[in-house]
Design a protein around this ligand. Structure first.
Ligand SMILES: [Zn+2]
Length: 201
């Protein structure tokens, strides 16, 4: 369930100069209050969504919406509104999203670097997560390492998401059958981007 909506907070008020009240015709008594709307998700403000003006004549105390003002009032409000900025906290959600994206990019770069390093010198019991030709994900475990090749056991199971391999990476799921992968096979797989992760204990 996503809880989102919008709400408004008061940003700034000021007296509008050279504005006549449409009700009592008193000059220079109109106050404008600017409210900033923002969209929130789970009560975290994500981004501003416009400004609303509310007006009151200090002489006759009649309240107005923008459309109730004369041309002088509309113009004065437009100028005033231009000087009022949304506070930065209204962008909190965007900042959080940006941080999460940066963190995600950083984490995946870290993983890529680690895979590039580990793939150069395989070690017994390394577990490789790889993408199959059909686009699924599975694992194989290194059981013996030689100079130019290695023996591996393949996992009998595959999953449709790379994040799902933890669930199938169980000892009982591995075949006893030995397959030979040459260092070239591994490097080719790596160059194609098919090795998604290498776990080393
Ligand atoms: Zn008035």
């Amino acid at each position: 369930m996503i809880v989102f909506g919008h709400r408004s907070t008061h940003l700034k008020s000021a007296q509008l100069r050279n504005v006549k009240c449409p009700n009592c015709e008193t000059q220079d008594q109109m106050t404008a209050s600017v409210y900033g709307r923002h969209v929130h998700v789970f009560w975290i403000p994500v981004f501003p969504a416009g400004k609303i003006g509310v007006f009151e004549c200090q002489h006759c105390h009649k309240g107005f919406k923008k459309n109730g003002l004369g041309e002088d009032g509309k113009l004065a409000y437009k100028n005033f509104k231009g000087t009022v900025k949304h506070p930065l906290w209204k962008y909190s959600g965007l900042a959080i999203i940006a941080l999460l994206i940066c963190w995600g990019v950083y984490a995946s770069k870290q993983k890529e670097d680690r895979v590039s390093e580990l793939v150069q010198n395989p070690v017994m019991f390394d577990t490789y997560t790889f993408k199959t030709e059909a686009g699924y994900y599975s694992t194989f475990k290194v059981v013996e390492v030689f100079k130019d090749s290695m023996y591996v056991n393949y996992n009998n199971y595959e999953t449709d998401r790379s994040s799902g391999v933890d669930k199938i990476d169980l000892q009982k799921n591995y075949s006893d059958q030995i397959y030979v992968l040459t260092n070239n096979d591994i490097l080719n797989m790596h160059q194609r981007g098919d090795i998604k992760d290498i776990e080393r204990n």
